[in-house]
Design a protein. Structure first.
Length: 193
């Protein structure tokens, strides 16, 4: 029960943080064209690139697991999931995979900090795993907002590294690929009023 409540509380806080940062982007030293969408449904670049880089790294991990099991066919399918769809060269794909892995390692550190903050806040505001009788929720956490900004900055830095490493033409191809394949899978939801 405690784990379930902690998981639900963690999910609510992370969703709240994600929603609170919609429309707020961390300034970047490298300017980029934003993915074109109607203004009311504009997906922040940290969300788009975060999903893409996480998926890329996850597919690589799944490919390694399949390879370890001796399942070469599945391993190749995982490895080439995005490569085949986007038409990247082996060199471009190696760069993307390395940047994705580096990004995920950095995000793992930030996410561990987020978990500690959420657990500490949970103990402080919900000591008996119960919402207060008056329904009052914990106030927003400036520490979690700062960690969200760090999280977004890591993703935007990875995006900028992709642009610098692959060059403008390949980067624009990536932008178009994300617009066609990743952006349509994202749904923006309003929470609260």
């Amino acid at each position: 029960m405690n784990r379930l409540f902690l998981f639900i509380a963690l999910a609510v806080v992370l969703i709240g943080l994600g929603v609170s940062t919609l429309g707020h982007q961390v300034p970047s030293t490298v300017t980029t064209q934003t993915l074109t969408q109607p203004q009311e449904n504009k997906i922040p670049e940290p969300v788009v690139y975060g999903m893409f880089l996480r998926d890329l790294d996850t597919f690589n991990q799944k490919a390694q697991e399949a390879s370890n099991r001796g399942d070469a066919r599945s391993s190749q399918a995982y490895k080439n999931f995005y490569k085949a769809r986007a038409g990247w060269s082996d060199a471009e794909f190696r760069v993307l995979n390395q940047i994705a892995a580096d990004c995920q390692r950095q995000l793992k550190v930030i996410n561990a900090k987020v978990k500690k903050v959420i657990e500490a806040r949970h103990k402080l505001y919900y000591p008996d795993n119960k919402v207060r009788a008056d329904g009052q929720l914990a106030p927003p956490s400036t520490e979690l907002q700062q960690l969200q900004a760090e999280h977004d900055a890591v993703i935007l830095s990875a995006r900028d590294q992709i642009r610098l490493t692959l060059g403008e033409q390949s980067f624009q191809r990536l932008q178009q690929f994300l617009k066609r394949t990743v952006v349509p899978t994202i749904t923006v939801s309003k929470v609260g009023n």
